[in-house]
Design a protein around this ligand. Structure first.
Ligand SMILES: [Zn+2]
Length: 77
């Protein structure tokens, strides 16, 4: 993601700076999420578009545990 875009992005809850979280997958060089250290929330990046919505944010601890969606994930049958 380009640096200029990163500079205008801010946490919608506290207007704080966001920290990009790298995905380990080298095929997808974009950050997988943007973390707000103050709120301990991660905003997901979907199709190169940061989803800066409070209701879409994943708590940092859950993000670290592998969760990528704020809504309950569908279980496989
Ligand atoms: Zn914040």
């Amino acid at each position: 993601m380009d640096k200029e875009l990163m500079q205008i992005l801010a946490c919608p809850a506290c207007r704080g700076e966001l920290e990009p979280l790298a995905e380990s997958d080298p095929v997808r060089p974009d950050p997988a999420g943007l973390a707000c250290p103050a709120c301990a929330l991660v905003y997901p990046v979907r199709d190169h578009i940061p989803v800066l919505l409070r209701e879409e944010a994943v708590p940092r601890l859950e993000w670290n545990a592998g969760k990528r969606c704020a809504r309950p994930e569908k279980r496989k049958p």
